[in-house]
Design a binder for this molecule. Structure first.
Ligand code: HEM
Length: 460
């Protein structure tokens, strides 16, 4: 074959594939969304990750509108940034878009974890997880969470601390409390040691050879599963009813295998820890930068504290419902920090979407941060203004916990542990940020630069 024949053959194949790809499900020809796929294989990955990802998203939205195609991390993607389109992908047409994660993450968390499933198995897990995180269940652990918060804050007194690192300890301990109840202290150190090794491999190359990060993580993963198997066997011998997550998993009539329980416990720790720790870190930053907001939050919390007598000052579930100003600070932090800039789905078949074709196998990314930072949804979006939440946001414009069948089942617990922490923080302590603090790092959650180093002390 000479070069002209090869060229003609390649050109015809390309044309044929393009025609196939641009056919809608009803046989109609549909265009792909506008945008560029960049270089072969690497696509636009470098453009996305070599700068603040929001600059990439914003410039694409300006150029192509609220739905556009790109190619990142080896996958063709469609990104969507309108509230209505996000609702379609996550809620109304969710059956056409399955959750998708890198294979390395699936191996580390465990294949049976809730995130990776659809249909019956997912619905069953979700019921069991939701049962442990309803307001009725978590109201029983308010005083235990409070003890963890008080203990954490005490350990920071007079120190220069890395806020994010310390918050991870707090949120890890609260996650264990919600999973194992009061028994958690017995397993805390062993679980923490293994989990810390495991997490180092989350974003590593999945090469399972001795010496690699991935290999060390997989070993820690096995040890975690062994510790969890021991905990399960002790619980079975005790034969008591527990209202924590482990109790919910073990109490189900249909029964989960030990492997399913382990994968989902590791999964919940993964989902609960860094997310909540990032939000808490941002809250400390925004409160430090906005003294008038800090003032009104402190007054709200002191009023609750003032109603109590005695040394202990124990918070009740009812107290946490009397914190509207603090709750709006949390909402505004969710919006402005948008710690999860986007999530991933994958089209399970060719999908016609707003007049475009999303081909089967393409990733679809609802861009939460763009929705939260659009002036159409939130006027003066870059201003930290908790009072904007005195009025409910427009439908589908506020999605810190996602939406639809995979939305966050831990949102009430996250709010509760943040409120309890802020109560003790603002009534007892003062803090100041150390060093320049304009940068954001993404790892993968958005975080103030260097984890927000602060100087921390008792008020009186
Ligand atoms: C402020 C803290 C948190 C934020 C911002 C957050 C955010 C989210 C978001 C956006 C999703 C949906 C992801 C998607 O649709 O792809 C999600 C799912 C999930 N979250 Fe959270 N989360 C937080 C805390 C927690 C906590 C404390 C727990 C558990 C105690 C938890 C457990 C889960 C689980 C199990 C899922 C998967 C649900 C499913 O696939 O059905 N999260 N979270």
């Amino acid at each position: 074959m000479d070069s002209t024949t090869i060229f003609c053959f390649l050109f015809c194949s390309f044309l044929f594939l393009s025609l196939l790809k641009s056919r809608g499900s009803g046989g109609r020809r549909l265009p792909l969304p506008p945008g560029s796929l960049g270089w072969p294989y690497i696509g636009e990955t470098l453009q996305l990750y070599s700068q603040n990802p929001n600059v990439f998203f914003a410039s694409k939205v300006r150029k192509y509108g609220s739905i556009f195609k790109t190619h990142i991390l080896g996958c063709p993607c469609v990104m969507i940034s309108s509230p209505e389109a996000a609702r379609h992908v996550l809620v109304t047409r969710a059956h056409l878009f399955k959750p998708t994660y890198p294979a390395s993450k699936e191996r580390m968390l465990g294949k049976q974890a809730i995130f990776f499933h659809q249909g019956e198995y997912h619905a069953k897990l979700r019921r069991l997880v939701m049962r442990a995180f309803t307001p009725e269940s978590i109201r029983n652990i308010v005083s235990d969470i409070e003890s963890v918060a008080v203990e954490s804050l005490k350990s920071w007194e007079g120190q220069l601390v890395n806020t994010f690192q310390e918050m991870k300890t707090y949120t890890f301990n609260v996650a264990l409390l919600s999973i194992f109840g009061k028994d958690e202290v017995l397993y805390r150190e062993d679980l923490k040691r293994c989990y810390c090794i495991l997490e180092k491999g989350y974003n590593s190359m999945p090469i399972n050879l001795p010496g690699t990060l991935f290999h060390k993580s997989m070993k820690a993963r096995k040890e975690l599963a062994r510790i969890l198997a021991d905990i399960l066997s002790i619980r079975r011998q005790m034969n008591q009813n527990h209202t924590d997550l482990l109790g919910s998993f073990m109490g189900d009539k249909e029964g989960l295998t030990d492997e399913q329980v382990a994968d989902n416990i590791i999964g919940v720790i993964f989902a609960a820890r860094d997310t909540t720790a990032s939000v808490l870190t941002w809250i400390l930053k925004y409160l430090a930068e906005n003294p008038s907001v800090l003032q009104v939050v402190t007054e709200e919390q002191e009023a609750i504290r003032g109603e109590k007598c005695g040394e202990e000052k124990i918070l009740s579930w009812a107290d946490t419902k009397k914190m509207p100003i603090t709750s709006r600070v949390i909402q505004e932090t969710h919006r402005i920090a948008s710690i999860l800039s986007f999530t991933f789905r994958e089209a399970v078949e060719d999908v016609e979407f707003e007049g475009y074709l999303i081909p089967k196998g393409w990733k679809v990314l609802p861009l939460f941060r763009n929705i939260h930072h659009s002036p159409d949804n939130f006027p003066q979006p870059e201003k930290f203004d908790p009072s904007r939440f005195e009025v409910a946001p427009k439908p589908n414009t506020f999605l810190p916990f996602g939406s639809g069948t995979h939305s966050c089942p831990g949102n009430e617990l996250a709010k509760l542990e943040i409120l309890i922490f802020i109560h003790h923080l603002t009534t007892m302590y003062r803090w100041s940020v150390v060093g320049p603090q304009n940068g954001i790092q993404y790892g993968p959650f958005a975080l103030p630069q260097n984890g927000l180093p602060i100087r921390f002390s008792l008020k009186r």
